[in-house]
Structures are given as C-alpha cells and as structure tokens.
Design a binder for this molecule. Structure first.
Ligand code: E4P
Length: 221
C-alpha cells in the first residue's frame, strides 16, 4: 500500500520522512496557498526534500479541458515525468481530460470525489488513482463505508485504478480504511502524529527508564 503526506509544509515533510517510510506527498491549490510561499518555490522545495522514489502529486488549477491539458504537462515537467502525478477534479471537463492526459504518458489522480459513482467514472476514464474526500463525504453519510464499497466495486470489475483516500480529519477514519485494505491514503501531518504519538507509549517508556535507573543507577543498558 502507499502512504502519502497531505501537505505542502516542507519542514513537516522533512521531519516525517526522517523516520517514516512515506511514499510521497499530495497537495492541492488550497494546501499550497497555506504554505505562504509561491507555488514555484513549493515545487522546488518538494523536489529537494523528497527522494526520486517518492511521488509528488500536484493539482491543476484550470477548469476547462484545454487548460487542464496544458497545466498537466506543466506539472509533469516539474520532475521530468518520473514519480509525478497530476490531480484532476472529477468535473465534466476533468473526466474528458483524464484519458487525454493519460495518452500523453502522464499519471493521473482523479480528485474532489464525493461519491463512489464519480470515482467509478474516473476509473473508467483511466485514472491511476481516485481520491475520495472521506471526511467531507462523512458530512453527507457514511463516507468511510462508501469508500470501502468503492474498493470492492473496483476489485469486482478488475479495474486498475487505486483508491487514494483523502481528506481525513481523525485517526479513526484512517484506521477503518487501512483495516478494510484501501490501497493508498494521504494524511495530513497532524493526523499522522496522532497515529503515532500515543501518550500510553510515552508513559510506558518513562516507567521502564525510571525503574531501570532506580535498580541500576543508570539510564543505559
Ligand atoms: C488531497 O490531497 C485532498 O485535496 C485533501 O485531502 C482534501 O482535504 P480537505 O478536505 O481537508 O480540504
């Protein structure tokens, strides 16, 4: 499975990549604006902070067919086409653009997905990844359940598109989709931290050290 970090905060990416085997980074226009930096600078920093084996997944801004095609090529050129994936929202223009972008040899992640039915059409159009917005879907119903259903639908038809579940707001949402075997997730740094930093573990380690020190007068083996 693939685990991406959903941020354009390069310091957070650097810190997480120093101890976690993450598969790359996803951004969207809003995430990039939140960095407070120019998009060109963000992309340059992402290329510097990530290894060539880690994917950079970046979104088009254009909403018309020709604009999406032109921007997809621009994004692909950020890194010479290797391990770069272009995010295209599943609008009518986006669904039309997906096969055309794929025909240029560019990988595509269909984004802005609020329903399994939109995801189905993006898969049929040839998208490599499908990004259902889990938490936003939860505003309308059982977002997690619908994404699990989507994974099963794709498997049933032998469709190759991978679900890359996105828009998580808590660990439970991530946990339930990992337990269901979702092939990829993209998770913001704060939720990743909550997956890892359990207060119980910190207390257990403190207790081990303190008992050892009391018995042996040192804090090393
Ligand atoms: C993926 O990169 C999506 O754009 C992102 O997860 C959306 O997250 P949000 O619902 O917090 O905006």
């Amino acid at each position: 499975m693939e685990f991406f970090i959903d941020t354009a905060d390069t310091e957070a990416i650097r810190a997480l990549c120093s101890f976690l085997p993450v598969d790359g980074v996803t951004t969207n226009p809003t995430i990039i604006t939140k960095s407070g930096k120019a998009p060109e600078q963000v992309f340059a920093e992402l290329c510097e902070v990530l290894t060539e084996d880690q994917k950079i997944i970046a979104q088009v801004i254009a909403t018309d067919y020709d604009g999406i095609l032109a921007e997809a090529e621009k994004i692909a050129a950020i890194r010479g086409g290797k391990n770069i994936v272009v995010k295209i929202p599943v609008t009518r223009a986006g669904l039309r653009a997906i096969p055309a972008v794929k025909a240029k040899g560019i990988s595509v992640l269909a984004t802005g997905i609020y329903s399994p039915d939109q995801a189905f059409w993006a898969a049929k159009a040839g998208a490599d990844y499908l990004a259902p917005y889990v938490n936003r879907m939860c505003n309308y119903g059982d977002g997690v359940g619908q994404v699990v259903e989507l994974v099963h639908t794709l498997a049933q038809y032998g469709m190759e598109a991978k679900v890359c579940a996105a828009s998580f707001k808590n660990v439970d949402q991530v946990h339930r989709l990992l337990a269901a075997g979702v092939p990829a997730v993209t998770v913001a740094p704060d939720v990743i931290a909550a997956m890892i930093d359990h207060p119980g573990t910190a207390l257990a380690v403190e207790e081990f050290t303190s008992n050892w020190e009391k018995a042996y007068g040192r804090t090393t083996l």
